[in-house]
Design a protein. Structure first.
Length: 294
């Protein structure tokens, strides 16, 4: 397994490892800030509601025996208010370190910091591939990755907010890396066929995780997939092969969603592929008190 995943962390064109020191420095800075600034001491407002908001509430319900339910105050029953991946992560932490405890908060922020710091590796490769043709790839990639690793605005969601932003950004950035690899952007001349089944399958898997975390990003998926397929139009055979691999990615994507869709159908007797809060959110958006930033 490691031998198959290793190429995802290598420097394009040379085969050398991506600069992992950027990841470790970025992670260390985030963990130090969480610890020194005591961001894990979350306010008790509305019975710890700021600890994960709806995701935290669902995680508490999971740990205390109410199932995937109760996203707000009180016991309101089963829900599809948000997809399950991040609430399940919080629930696992609650199970190990206690519900709404400071240690649980520190662990959530630490895991978010891992995702946030690891995004720097994707930023590095995206920048390298996009600027390598101009001979500036490595220089721009290093600047970009270090900025992501150390810029305060880039790390704030990992160290202040118990929400899915860091996980979502991590997953999304690596889908862009795979798209660039499939299109051979930044690849050395004479590279073998980049449209491999493994890349397409991993692409579908990452998008499946995104759909179970923050499905709003799915608006990018069709355009990204078409752009990847567009690079295989050199011949009829290559187009057919790429299309078959795209179908394979779609199957992987569907398999990721299948357990959640099945659960929703069993509970609500309706087809709910990701989440079911559109009506409530749309209504809230029309209220006068929700105008502007709030």
């Amino acid at each position: 397994m490691f031998s198959r995943l290793k190429p995802f962390f290598t420097h394009p064109g040379t085969g050398s490892h991506a600069p992992l020191r950027i990841f470790w420095v970025g992670l260390a800075v985030r963990l130090l800030y969480i610890t020194i600034a005591h961001t894990y001491r979350i306010r008790l407002l509305l019975d710890h509601f700021q600890f994960g908001w709806e995701a935290g509430r669902i995680a508490r319900a999971l740990v205390t025996g109410y199932g995937y339910a109760d996203p707000f105050l009180g016991h309101t029953g089963p829900t599809t208010w948000i997809p399950p991946l991040f609430p399940l992560l919080i629930a696992a932490i609650f199970k190990l370190f206690g519900v709404y405890t400071p240690l649980s908060a520190w662990m959530v922020f630490a895991i978010d910091s891992v995702f946030s710091a690891a995004t720097a590796l994707a930023v590095y490769e995206i920048a390298f591939r996009c600027y390598d043709a101009a001979g500036l790839g490595r220089r721009i990639a290093l600047w970009s990755a270090w900025l992501w690793a150390l810029y305060p605005a880039a790390m704030q969601y990992a160290v202040h907010w118990v929400w899915d932003m860091s996980l979502t950004t991590f997953l999304f950035s690596w889908t862009l890396v795979i798209a660039l690899r499939v299109r051979s952007i930044g690849e050395p001349a004479g590279q073998s066929n980049p449209q491999t089944a493994f890349r397409w399958g991993f692409f579908g898997f990452l998008w499946g995780l995104i759909a179970l975390t923050n499905p709003s990003l799915l608006i990018v998926l069709p355009a990204c997939g078409i752009w990847m397929l567009w690079g295989s139009r050199s011949s009829f055979n290559s187009s057919v092969q790429a299309a078959s691999k795209a179908v394979f990615a779609g199957i992987i994507f569907s398999l990721c969603l299948a357990p959640w869709v099945y659960r929703n159908f069993q509970v609500f007797h309706a087809f709910i592929p990701t989440r079911g809060n559109l009506g409530a959110e749309l209504y809230q958006s029309t209220l006068e008190e929700n105008g502007g930033f709030p």
